[in-house]
Design a protein around this ligand. Structure first.
Ligand SMILES: *[C@@H]1O[C@H](CO)[C@@H](O)[C@H](O)[C@H]1NC(C)=O
Ligand SMILES: *[C@@H]1O[C@H](CO)[C@@H](O)[C@H](O)[C@H]1NC(C)=O
Ligand SMILES: *[C@@H]1O[C@H](CO)[C@@H](O)[C@H](O)[C@H]1NC(C)=O
Ligand SMILES: *[C@@H]1O[C@H](CO)[C@@H](O)[C@H](O)[C@H]1NC(C)=O
Length: 348
C-alpha cells in the first residue's frame, strides 16, 4: 500500500463527525427576469427568462413573444393549476406594461433609449418559509418594489419617476391584489412545487467534485499548494486545508477563490495555501459536498520529498461504493477525459 493510502486512513477517523456543519442548505429561488429595451416612443423589445436556482427553464422569444421551454417538465409544470390561465394572458400583461412605460416616459419627460427590468419570484428557505419579491429597475437602477404583505409599491429612489410610478401603481388596487395572489400563491406555492416535482431529476442533480492537488513555486523560499476542485453540482461546497490533521484557519497564507461556473453547469474553485518548502508537515486538501454524502474527499500532499515540483493527485474517495450507476459512469468518463493528468485514484 502506498503512503497516501496510509495517510487517508490516519485522517479518516477524525473527519467523520460533524461533516455538514460548514455546508449550509441554500435557499431555493425561482425568478422571472424580464427586460424591456425601449429604443424610442414606438419601439419596445421584451425578453424574459425564468430560472429555478441556476437552471434556466424558459425564455421568451423577443421576436414573436412565444415561450420556449427548455425542458419538457417545465412546460408540463406550466400547464398545471393556474399556469394555463396565466399563459393565455401574459401577452396582454406585456402590452399593458409597455404602454405604461411609454406613458411614464412622456409624463416625466424621460429620454429614450431606456431599459426597464422586472424581477419577480420567490425564495424558499430551508425552514420552509418563503418570501416572494417583485422589483422594477429603470435605466439600471432600482426604481420601485412591491411590498407583497402590504400590497403596496414603494419607491426605491428619491426621484420623480419613482414617485410617479409607485403612486400610479398604488392607485390600481385590483392589480395589487392580483400580484399578491400571483406572487405568494402561484409562484411561491403552486409554480415552485410543480416545477420541483416534475423537474426533480434536473433540479436535484448532484455531480461529484474532482479534486487535484499540485504545487507552484513562485520563489525558492515559497511553495504554493493548490487544491483545484471542479465538476461539482450543486454550488455549495467546502474546501479546506489540513496541516497535520488540523484545519488551517483563514489567514494571509490561505487564499480560496470564488466559485466559478463551468460550461456544463457544474462549478469549480481553487484553494491556495502558501507554505515553506520541506517544512516537514503533511497537508491534506479536504472537500465536502452534498454529492459526497457524509464523506469527505481527502487529497494528501507530503511536504517532505524533494521530488517532482508538480505532483498531481486526483482522488475520488469512498464514492464508488455508494454512487449511483449513473454517477459512476459519469465519474469514469470524466476522469477518462483528463488523460493528460498524472492521476492516482483512491478507493477505500
Ligand atoms: C424606433 O426604434 C426601432 C428599433 O431600434 C427602429 O427600428 C425604428 O426605426 C425607430 N423608430 C423611430 C420612429 O425612430
Ligand atoms: C418565433 O420565432 C422563432 C424564431 O425567432 C421561431 O423559431 C418560432 O417558431 C416562432 N414561434 C411562433 C409561435 O411563431
Ligand atoms: C426562516 O429562515 C429565514 C432565512 O434564514 C428567516 O428570515 C426567517 O425568519 C425564518 N423563519 C422562521 C419561521 O424561522
Ligand atoms: C489571492 O489570489 C488572488 C488571485 O490570484 C490575488 O489577487 C490575491 O492577491 C491573493 N490574496 C492573497 C492574500 O494572497
Amino acid at each position: 500500500m502506498q503512503p497516501p493510502h496510509l495517510l487517508l486512513f490516519l485522517f479518516l477517523p477524525i473527519l467523520l463527525p460533524g461533516m455538514w456543519a460548514d455546508l449550509e442548505a441554500e435557499p431555493q429561488v425561482i425568478q422571472y427576469l424580464l427586460t424591456g429595451l425601449f429604443a424610442n416612443i414606438s419601439s419596445a423589445e421584451v425578453s424574459c427568462v425564468a430560472l429555478v436556482g441556476d437552471i434556466s427553464i424558459l425564455t421568451l422569444d423577443p421576436a414573436n413573444w412565444s415561450v420556449h421551454f427548455h425542458w419538457p417538465w417545465a412546460s408540463q409544470a406550466a400547464a398545471e393549476g393556474d399556469g394555463e390561465k396565466i399563459m393565455s394572458q401574459y401577452k396582454i400583461v406585456l402590452r399593458n406594461m409597455i404602454r405604461f412605460v411609454h406613458d411614464t416616459v412622456q409624463q416625466t419627460k424621460q429620454h429614450y433609449p431606456l431599459v426597464v427590468q422586472f424581477r419577480a419570484g420567490c425564495v424558499l428557505y430551508p425552514n420552509m418559509t418563503s418570501q416572494s419579491f417583485l422589483n422594477v429597475g429603470w435605466g439600471g437602477r432600482d426604481l420601485v418594489t412591491f411590498e407583497v404583505d402590504k400590497q403596496r409599491w414603494e419607491a426605491q429612489q428619491p426621484s420623480q419617476v419613482a414617485e410617479v410610478v409607485s403612486k400610479s401603481l398604488n392607485r390600481q388596487k385590483s392589480v395589487s391584489v392580483l400580484l399578491e395572489y400571483l406572487l405568494t400563491i402561484w409562484i411561491c406555492q403552486s409554480n415552485l412545487q410543480t416545477l420541483k416535482r416534475y423537474g426533480r431529476e434536473i433540479l436535484e442533480r448532484q455531480e461529484l467534485p474532482v479534486a487535484t492537488v499540485f504545487t507552484r513555486t513562485p520563489s525558492l523560499d515559497q511553495l504554493l499548494l493548490v487544491c483545484h476542485v471542479t465538476g461539482f453540482y450543486p454550488r455549495p461546497i467546502s474546501v479546506a486545508w489540513l496541516r497535520d490533521g488540523q484545519e488551517v484557519p483563514p489567514g494571509p497564507a490561505l487564499n480560496t477563490s470564488t466559485i466559478l461556473p463551468n460550461a456544463d453547469l457544474t462549478y469549480q474553485l481553487r484553494s491556495v495555501l502558501a507554505v515553506a518548502p520541506r517544512d516537514g508537515h503533511s497537508y491534506v486538501c479536504r472537500v465536502r459536498h452534498h454529492s459526497l454524502g457524509t464523506r469527505s474527499l481527502l487529497i494528501p500532499w507530503e511536504n517532505r520529498s524533494t521530488a517532482p515540483a508538480i505532483s498531481i493527485t486526483i482522488a475520488v474517495l469512498l464514492l464508488v461504493a455508494t454512487a449511483s450507476a449513473g454517477g459512476f459512469w459519469w465519474w469514469k468518463n470524466r476522469t477518462g477525459n483528463e488523460a493528460t493528468w498524472e492521476t492516482q485514484e483512491f478507493i477505500i
